[in-house]
Write a protein that binds this ligand. Structure first.
Ligand code: NAP
Length: 266
């Protein structure tokens, strides 16, 4: 049985594009179920979780609740446990279940950017929050891949390296994380609301592919600048749609029309 209703929980959450593109996919599939943004404070999360369970509600979790929601669920996918955060939930046989589709969403977007993933890929990762954890969760399944992570708060990068082990090394400088890598990933919110850059375009290593998890209409300053300088670059729209498509599959048991999702964002 699919959910009676869908919501995205966050605080704030009004900016989320999920109601828009999930709503478009739901309508295109001929379903009439609603998908709403629900602003929930941290202290209300346990109460809201039990209300969602009782009302057979599914949905998504966004900042700042991706970590705090995990222990409120009875069944959590292995990948979400590995990453330590969830972004998708639903009710099954009276239990609140959760997964982290950011991991598969990043993987699918990276395959759009890179094509086949070559063995031993070197990745420079800027930022060490929840999205960075999902990125590493995906990269860990790529044969021989190594990640150099830089975060302005060094302790957060160290915590990530501890969680994921040998394939992740911590760099003390931003330039160090970008040195001789094949793929550069911006997992900070820099550039979300303006044309700020997480690093200078001139710092990009030659031939690297650039993925910005931030999405903006027409691309971010980073992806626009990188493309102008001759790099292959993808903003976070691809990951947004891919993680959303995987969430949709968890709720309804079939794949949505991703072209409808993408078109609703343009
Ligand atoms: P988060 O948990 O708050 O982590 C943000 C990271 O960025 C932290 O390492 C933080 O460092 C760093 N940071 C923030 N502002 C910075 C600044 N001005 N200068 C340098 N570093 C800065 O956030 P998140 O959940 O990982 O999300 C990060 C971004 O990814 C957001 O823009 C989000 O929208 C995007 N995202 C996109 C998708 C997608 O589908 N495309 C999915 C998930 C997330 P400190 O610890 O020092 O603050």
């Amino acid at each position: 049985m699919h959910p009676s209703r869908l919501v995205i929980l966050g605080d704030p959450v009004e900016h989320s594009l999920s109601p828009r593109f999930q709503g478009a996919a739901i309508r295109a599939a001929g379903l009439t179920i609603s998908y709403d943004a629900l602003r929930v404070g941290k202290q209300d999360l346990p109460r809201v979780a039990s209300e969602l369970l009782a009302a057979n509600t599914g949905g998504n979790i966004t900042a700042p609740h991706k970590i705090a929601f995990l222990p409120l669920c009875s069944e959590v996918s292995a990948v979400a446990v590995r990453v330590g955060a969830v972004n998708t939930f639903w009710v099954d046989e009276g239990k609140l279940c959760a997964d982290n589709t950011d991991v598969g969403g990043f993987d699918a977007a990276a395959r759009q950017a890179l094509g086949e993933i070559p063995e031993g890929l070197k990745v420079g990762l800027i930022g060490a929050g929840g999205a960075a954890a999902a990125v590493i969760g995906a990269i860990q399944d790529w044969p021989g891949a190594k990640v150099s992570v830089y975060s302005r708060t060094a302790a957060r990068a160290q915590a990530l390296a501890q969680r994921f082990g040998d394939s992740v090394s911590v760099e003390s400088t931003l330039r160090g994380a970008l040195l001789e890598v094949d793929l550069v990933v911006n997992a900070t919110p820099i550039g979300m609301n303006d044309d700020a850059l997480p690093f200078a375009i001139s710092d990009l290593p030659r031939g690297a592919v650039v993925m910005d998890l931030v999405y903006r209409k027409g691309g971010t300053a980073l992806t626009r600048g990188a493309v102008q300088a001759g790099f292959r670059a993808l903003d976070g729209t691809a990951m947004l749609v891919e993680q959303g498509a995987l969430s949709f599959e968890r709720w309804f048991g079939f794949a949505p029309d991703k072209t409808v999702m993408l078109a609703s964002l343009k």
